[in-house]
Write a protein that binds this ligand. Structure first.
Ligand SMILES: CC(C)(COP(=O)(O)OP(=O)(O)OC[C@H]1O[C@@H](n2cnc3c(N)ncnc32)[C@H](O)[C@@H]1OP(=O)(O)O)[C@@H](O)C(=O)NCCC(=O)NCCS
Length: 174
């Protein structure tokens, strides 16, 4: 049976850091996500867009600045119970809109799931096209040069002025 549900996207708050930590932790192995500490999630909570179904936090993604020109999609995770309903796509699209509004020229992602990002217009590029990431995070990583992650980028068009907003979107949930 198909039921209709509503997904609300919001900017996260520090009070939601523990839920973010749990959601990222639960999807870390499957998504090859970087480990995140509760304290960094508390400090950077407002970089996250969170997806709620009712009172449940079912998805998250962070817009992390790498430079004044490039932002990164980080810690993208959707709870298993809310998959395949478009939540992940909504989160990435919202980060893309926010990055554009904030004046970034490119949005990137480092991922083991290139097909998922290609569906949303990202292209695979050499890691060295994203020196902002390589010379800050990658060089410190034990998996440097052997991580198997794809570097992916989508260019951003400058946006017309529009205020930050929360969104509620009806979705088909299986
Ligand atoms: C990847 C993830 C965020 C997708 O979330 P979602 O809300 O289920 O995704 P959407 O509903 O927007 O999209 C679903 C579609 O993407 C496809 N898809 C899901 N994961 C995919 C992957 N790894 N590679 C390619 N396509 C994928 C699904 O098959 C589905 O295709 P369909 O619409 O043709 O049926 C979610 O599966 C997840 O949290 N995985 C664990 C963590 C992770 O992998 N994070 C991304 C690392 S960068």
């Amino acid at each position: 049976m198909t039921k209709r549900g509503r997904i609300t996207l919001r900017t996260a708050t520090a009070a939601q850091a523990a839920k973010l930590h749990a959601l990222i932790g639960a999807n870390r192995e499957e998504g090859h996500l970087l480990p995140r500490t509760l304290s960094e999630l508390t400090v950077h909570a407002e970089r996250f867009v969170v997806a709620f179904r009712g009172r449940s936090l079912v998805g998250c993604a962070e817009l992390a600045p790498l430079s004044p020109h490039v932002a990164e999609v980080r810690s993208l995770a959707v709870a298993a119970s809310a998959r395949a309903a478009g939540v992940g796509t909504l989160l990435v699209e919202e980060l893309r809109a926010r990055a554009r509004r904030d004046g970034y020229e490119k949005l990137c992602a480092f991922t083991h799931a290139p097909g998922y990002f290609m569906r949303m217009g990202f292209s695979i590029v050499p890691h060295l096209w994203l020196t902002e990431k390589v010379f800050t995070d990658c060089v410190k990583c034990p998996q440097f040069r052997q991580c198997g992650q794809y570097a992916m980028v989508v260019p951003l068009e400058p946006a017309a002025e529009s205020p930050a907003r929360d969104l509620t979107i009806p979705l088909r949930l299986g």
